[in-house]
Design a binder for this molecule. Structure first.
Ligand SMILES: [Zn+2]
Length: 198
């Protein structure tokens, strides 16, 4: 009986949460995304450059020291708060929005939302066959899964959001995760409390 009561209460709670999310999502977005595009376009040259620099120096899981330094150098230059050495080589950057009026948060949340964006950092034990100026300088290691692109995109996102903190409410965490290809960097980052710290 007690169990049934608890289950019913849980069901009602889940239903209320679901309804609240659906109400929030069904509200029309008031953000004009046409204003975002030119800023992203302006980042294109940097994005390509970062991706190629990262492509040249692929590092295997939990050995992403140069990659981590590359990320931290940029976050530091942009004044973005970040924690490094999370689960060995991982990094968590935190960007706090300063807008008082959320564009699509209705009903108003009891506390500002936290959004996480995650990019994996590691390369693969693969010999690069490409003949491009930015090919891997390490024999037997290659960014063959696109994590160089993921890191570049996450950096560009961090830069954009940091420069437009006045246009959103809440917190964005940019998570740079090591060892996606193996032995696995997600669980060690969760164990390190990445989703617990605000
Ligand atoms: Zn991958």
């Amino acid at each position: 009986m007690g169990i049934h009561l608890e289950q019913n209460q849980e069901k009602r709670k889940n239903g209320a949460v679901k309804k609240s999310i659906m109400q929030t999502l069904s509200k029309p977005l008031t953000t004009d995304f046409s204003t975002v595009r030119p800023h992203i376009k302006a980042l294109q040259t940097d994005l390509v450059h970062w991706r190629r620099q990262l492509h040249q120096r692929p590092e295997l899981g939990f050995q992403e020291e140069t990659t981590a330094q590359f990320i931290c150098d940029r976050l530091t230059a942009w004044g973005i708060i970040h924690t490094r050495s999370v689960a060995k080589t991982g990094i968590v950057a935190t960007i706090q929005g300063t807008s008082a009026c959320p564009p699509f948060a209705a009903p108003a949340p009891s506390h500002p939302p936290v959004l996480a964006i995650r990019a994996d950092m590691d390369g693969l034990p693969v010999q690069e066959q490409n003949e491009v100026p930015y090919r891997s300088i390490y024999d037997g290691k290659m960014h063959a899964c696109g994590h160089d692109g993921h890191v570049a995109i996450a950096l560009g996102t961090a830069k954009y959001l940091n420069e437009h903190r006045d246009q959103f409410t809440g917190t964005v965490k940019i998570i740079f995760q090591p060892a996606e290809e193996g032995p696995g960097g997600a669980q060690p980052m969760i164990d390190a409390g990445v989703f617990k710290k605000s």
